[in-house]
Ligand binder design. Structure first.
Ligand SMILES: Cc1cc2nc3c(=O)[nH]c(=O)nc-3n(C[C@H](O)[C@H](O)[C@H](O)COP(=O)(O)OP(=O)(O)OC[C@H]3O[C@@H](n4cnc5c(N)ncnc54)[C@H](O)[C@@H]3O)c2cc1C
Length: 382
């Protein structure tokens, strides 16, 4: 196997290979759909094969274990809960590290709608990481930065997709007691260029420049699984059916990275110390109902289990649940596209985003009325 000749569905774009290459022979390139892949400069390559040995997407290089225990978590602080996607697990976990003078690495979107992994050493910067962004974040040189902090003895908490956490673990090549790897249960990721095409489509439709975008807004009840909202420069906000097109492509798996349709991380066995997720179906497991959001946590290592137990119990409602009761929440097979992704991308290149919306989303009056009812009910049941 060579990193340069990998089939598209065998590279998750975690960029561990770019970060580890001792001769800086690997750079990032984009394919025509906008997905990033490593590109090897054969002149600079010294054929050490390190990139292949640490490729986290290759199942042979993955180290996994069955979760020890599961937990439900709801943050008690209303503001934190409202600005978090699920129950606020990320804030509760990252607070432990910040209190120890540690560093948090997570994804952020800037005002140009670029999604990147960044670091935070205080709660203000950390808070800006809240919120699920349904875009593959650019890792850049994050893994090297994580290693520098770990070698200095600082505590580090890294959050990302399972393949990003797996990529980091392989890049480091040895365990560090001062690192906590946190993954979320991942549906899959579209690319940043495609998301920007969605923004451009909305700017043209509403003749205004976009200022901000939320993929799941807690203005609407958590059970909606996400209502998207765009904010324009003038302050106007829209969450129309057209705005929901991006999530519709995401949930039908058409806009996902090819490797997500071949994901090697979907398994009961997990790579990170801790897995976080939406606790869908909590009512059936604990009998408790919650419209503001609940997190599911899985402790996958002894380190992860102890870390969850060090969460400040005054700030959260934390309940231990046997793993067997939440097994149903874990997908063990890769996502399957509901229609042909090749035809989807072909139409996008030939006719543009607007045509994708016309062909692949329900723009009928009945569809729009149904969506309006869901949005209104969710707003007032919140
Ligand atoms: C692309 C994507 C797919 C997901 N798929 C599922 C799923 O199928 N099932 C499920 O139960 N949960 C899924 N989640 C996780 C869920 O939406 C919540 O992010 C998670 O439960 C954490 O909630 P919270 O309240 O603790 O987080 P918040 O406080 O909202 O924090 C979210 C954390 O996720 C990180 N993050 C956000 N976007 C990205 C990104 N694009 N790349 C890397 N890190 C990011 C942030 O840095 C932050 O650390 C997904 C999240 C993302 C981003």
């Amino acid at each position: 196997m060579s990193i340069s000749n990998l089939e598209k569905n065998k590279c998750c774009g975690c960029m561990a290979c770019v970060n580890i290459c001792p001769s800086c022979a690997i750079s990032i390139s984009k394919d025509k759909d906008g997905f990033i892949y490593p590109a090897v400069d054969s002149e600079k390559c010294v054929e050490c094969h390190l990139c292949e040995k640490i490729c986290g997407f290759n199942p042979e290089n993955q180290s996994k274990s069955i979760p020890i225990k599961a937990f439900s978590l709801v943050h008690k602080d209303r503001t934190t809960l409202r600005s978090s996607t699920s129950g606020g697990a990320f804030t509760a976990l990252s607070d432990i590290v910040l209190k120890n003078g540690g560093i948090i690495f997570g994804a952020c979107m800037n005002d140009q709608f670029d999604v990147k992994h960044v670091e935070a050493g205080d709660s203000t910067l950390r808070d800006s990481m809240r919120g699920s962004i349904y875009v593959q974040s650019n890792i850049g040189n994050t893994f090297s930065k994580v290693k520098d902090y770990l070698e200095q003895g600082r505590h580090v908490l890294f959050v990302g997709t399972p393949c990003q956490v797996g990529g980091l673990m392989n890049f480091l090549q040895k365990p560090y007691m001062n690192l906590i790897g946190v993954e979320f249960l991942c549906h899959g990721v579209p690319n940043n260029d495609f998301f920007k095409a969605h923004i451009k489509f909305l700017e043209e439709k509403y003749s205004e420049n976009a200022k901000w975008y939320t993929f799941r807004n807690k203005k609407y009840a958590w059970w909606t699984h996400g209502i998207e909202e765009i904010t324009f420069n003038g302050g106007k906000q829209k969450s129309s059916k057209a705005v929901q097109a991006y999530n519709s492509f995401f949930h039908s798996n058409l806009s996902l990275r090819p490797s997500c349709l071949n994901c090697t991380y979907r398994s009961y066995e997990r790579t990170a110390d801790i897995t976080i997720a939406d606790f869908w179906g909590i009512e059936a497991v604990t009998g408790k109902k919650n419209t503001a959001g609940v997190s599911l946590l899985l402790a996958n290592s002894a380190k992860g289990y102890d870390f969850i137990h060090s969460i400040n119990q005054n700030e959260v409602d934390l309940e231990e649940i046997p793993f067997e009761k939440v097994r149903f929440r874990i997908a063990t097979k890769p996502a399957k596209a509901k229609r042909d992704p090749e035809a989807f991308w072909k139409l996008f290149h030939e006719k543009g985003y607007v045509e994708l919306v016309n062909v692949y989303t329900d723009t009928s009056i009945i569809g729009r009325v149904r969506f309006w009812i869901k949005k209104t009910v969710s707003k007032y049941s919140n």
